[in-house]
Ligand binder design. Structure first.
Ligand code: BGC
Length: 758
């Protein structure tokens, strides 16, 4: 093998402050390099056959491929394959790449992709859990670790981040995204892109990001995967597109189009999205890959007559590379020959694919030097995963300071199907994460307690869907002997993720009964819940004294949870998504519209006396059986300490359109423990030419305060970002009156008013 090895991985990690400076210094060199890349692409394109062009647009799956290893090598040798997914065995990657570079006619390298979503071997919390950290720096670090481990095997590309917003926890893929809010989602999307790619895509350890699934996928009807999406363009632009635009601005090398249709047009054939919005408006110059067979599926959608038609419509819409289904390979040559499509469309697609291959440095350094990488699961990576998991946990209840527990609690009963489980902590896309690498909560609790603390462990249910209650008696006996009870329940990781949608958001099996029985012992009950989505567990929470919502926390689940349970650190996560009381309340999200009849108070069925007479109840927008409030609002999360907000100040209550609104508040730690708080800033546009949401998140900061410490937290809000899309597709900021809140969640905060003037 004649492969040159890359230089050592760079340790330099620019902070948010250094980025602009870095850009100014690097811009001229970058421009030169970009010009050289385009010249090299011109040269390649002019020598490429039609077959070789189509080859670049074809991605093959290495795992279930029909061909033998030899025919795959032959296809690479002939230049018939532009990308391979799901091949990360280093020797295979190197050999295929060697063939591409040394034995194919033009020596064009292959790009190797894989779903490295929340970690490669060191597994981080699922993205929804990462979003609960409200910490872009942490999300960036998690992506950096994932990319470093992935790149060490030869992978160049991850199909992440998934930046689909979601307001419907029935949708299994809510686990893979950053929650319901366009602003939080945009910040975290950009952070993940920076983490995967670094500032230099060609650096050893950088991999190309892929913002997916473009677009509107999280809005599938009924939260059922692959289902229809109906969204007016202005809502699409206001809510569902910002995280994609933010990914593009952050430099995402690629985008993946989604499975769903929007308003009758599947994304793989959607020229409005892929051309008008993505290329013309946002100036995206990377490439777009289809989702798995999503081009061929346009026939099932009823949008294309057959596979040939699907290939034609996808190319015309701007899908550059086809994942798996092979309609490009089968039909593009004939489509060009018949004049149905112009070869210039293929040239454009190939140019975009080659551009990313050049930016990745694949032509100059096709192979990664494994010796230049740190070990997988290094102590540093594991520590980052532990911190991330710790920050992702949201404390939903803590009656009378039940938590933290003392490490010398006497006797602790540890109960439940997930207490000593190592697999379910890994979550939906755990890539090469291994059960045996994971530390279970029980192990970590045993390590954390003092020598005099006795632990009684009762699994009771063998898995979360177990309905067999025969071991309840032993669990209750354990609780009777204990000073406090920790119950580990939740959703298996296989119940969230792609095609894992649920109509009921309840705990499965006999878990709810277990919680109820345990609570009847009168002992302090602490629930720890694993889940890939918000669960409607109000009743179970009523039975508990304290609740830690842990999502699927990853490899370091146990140590992170033990840190919180015993108070080495305070919980600091806040919900990135609203929790419904029941599935029947969906959609329920914080940035909803007010309606003409907003609810003025809580109304419940109990207020309705039985009897034949129709009684007066408010004619307002609520449910008679559950009222109007969610179980927990967006942005909510408790801490072991308390924070007081005071002195909300707006520098000037009148701001010119386009000017900065400066708002600040004093936050004081009034409790007894040093802890982080996530300070959130919301606005409301009181009257618009289109109605506006009751609140919109515009800024947030994670701060750390010692007991008694106070800090002035200031936000500079750009009024240019306080607008919305009008019905004709234009972004407008309308002068008028606004409200502003700064507080600890979307349902609280101090309020001031301001006015935007022309
Ligand atoms: C999923 C994508 C994923 C792709 C490749 C598809 O089924 O929708 O998110 O990247 O498979 O594994």
């Amino acid at each position: 093998m004649c492969f040159s090895c890359e230089n050592m991985m760079r340790g330099f990690r620019p902070s948010w402050v250094v980025w602009p400076l870095l850009l100014v210094c690097l811009l001229p060199a970058f421009a030169d390099n970009e010009a050289r890349i385009e010249t090299r692409i011109d040269a390649l394109l002019s020598g490429m056959t039609l077959e070789e062009k189509i080859g670049q647009m074809h991605q093959i799956n290495a795992i279930y491929r029909p061909e033998s290893a030899d025919s795959l090598k032959e296809a690479v040798r002939k230049g018939h394959i532009g990308s391979i997914l799901n091949e990360d065995r280093p020797d295979h990657v190197n050999e295929l790449q060697r063939i591409a570079v040394e034995e194919s006619r033009l020596g064009i390298p292959v790009i190797f992709g894989m779903d490295v979503i929340h970690g490669y071997r060191t597994i981080f919390p699922i993205p929804l859990g990462q979003a609960a950290t409200w910490n872009p720096e942490m999300v960036q670090k998690a992506a950096r670790v994932a990319a470093t481990e992935a790149a060490s095997t030869g992978l160049n590309w991850t199909f992440a981040p998934m930046v689909d917003l979601c307001r419907d926890p029935r949708w299994g893929r809510i686990a893979e995204g950053y929650g319901e809010d366009p602003f939080l989602g945009s910040c975290l999307a950009a952070a993940a892109v920076h983490g995967f790619q670094t500032h230099d895509l060609s650096a050893n350890g950088a991999i190309a990001a892929c913002a997916k699934h473009f677009a509107g996928y999280g809005a599938v009807e009924g939260g059922r995967d692959y289902n229809t999406v109906i969204l007016p363009e202005n809502v699409l632009r206001d809510v569902w597109l910002p995280a994609f635009q933010s990914s593009v601005k952050a430099g995402a090398a690629t985008l993946m189009c989604s499975f769903n249709e929007i308003n009758g047009v599947p994304s793989s054939g959607n020229a409005f999205l892929l051309k008008e919005v993505l290329r013309d408006e946002w100036k995206f110059d990377g490439f777009v890959v289809s989702d798995w067979a999503s081009i061929a599926e346009m026939v099932e959608h009823g949008f294309c007559a057959d596979r040939r038609d699907a290939a034609k419509k996808a190319v015309q819409a701007g899908v550059d590379m086809e994942m798996v289904s092979g309609t490009y390979q089968d039909h593009l040559a004939a489509l060009v020959a018949s004049g149905d499509i112009d070869v210039s469309l293929l040239d454009e697609a190939v140019r975009r694919i080659l551009r990313i291959k050049f930016r990745l440095g694949l032509f100059d350094h096709p192979c990664r030097d494994r010796s230049a990488f740190p070990e997988q699961m290094s102590p540093e990576f594991l520590e980052t995963a532990r911190q991330c998991a710790r920050q992702s946990v949201v404390m939903l209840k803590n009656l009378n300071g039940t938590l933290p527990l003392s490490a010398n609690t006497g006797t602790l009963a540890v109960i439940g199907p997930l207490a000593d489980d190592r697999y379910e902590a890994l979550g939906t896309w755990h890539c090469r994460g291994r059960e045996e690498d994971t530390v279970s909560p029980l192990t970590a609790i045993r390590n954390a307690v003092g020598p005099d603390t006795k632990i009684i462990y009762e699994q009771t249910l063998s898995h979360p869907r177990d309905r067999n209650i025969k071991r309840f008696i032993k669990a209750i006996q354990a609780c009777d002997r204990a000073d406090a009870v920790l119950v580990f329940v939740g959703e298996e990781s296989a119940l969230s993720g792609e095609s894992r949608c649920r109509a009921f958001l309840t705990l499965t099996g006999a878990q709810s009964e277990l919680i109820e029985r345990v609570s009847q012992t009168g002992k302090p009950v602490i629930l720890v819940v694993y889940a890939g989505r918000p669960l409607a567990i109000g009743r179970e929470i009523d039975h508990a004294d304290a609740v830690l919502y842990a999502w699927h926390p990853g490899t370091m689940a146990g140590p992170a949870l033990a840190d919180l349970i015993f108070g080495t650190e305070s919980p600091s996560g806040k919900l990135p998504v609203t929790f419904p009381q029941t599935a029947g309340q969906i959609p329920v999200y914080y940035n909803h519209k007010n309606t003409g009849r907003p609810p003025s108070g809580d109304v419940t069925l109990d207020m309705l006396q039985p009897g034949p007479r129709r009684q007066r109840l408010p004619f307002e927008s609520y449910y008679l059986d559950i009222g109007h409030k969610p179980l927990f609002p967006f942005g909510f999360g408790l801490s072991y300490t308390t924070f007081e907000y005071a002195n909300l100040n707006i520098e000037s209550n009148t701001v010119k359109n386009g000017g900065l609104l400066k708002a600040s508040v004093d936050v004081r730690n009034t409790g007894h423990m040093e802890a982080d708080e996530i300070v959130q800033c919301y606005i409301r546009d009181l009257a618009g030419s289109l109605t506006r949401p009751v609140r919109e998140l515009k800024a947030f900061k994670r701060i750390r305060l010692k007991p008694g410490e106070s800090r002035n937290v200031a936000f500079n809000l750009d009024t240019a970002e306080m607008g919305f899309y009008s019905l004709n597709g234009r972004y407008v900021v309308e002068p008028g009156d606004f409200q502003l809140w700064i507080g600890p969640s979307s349902a609280e905060g101090m309020m001031e008013t301001f006015r935007i003037i022309r």
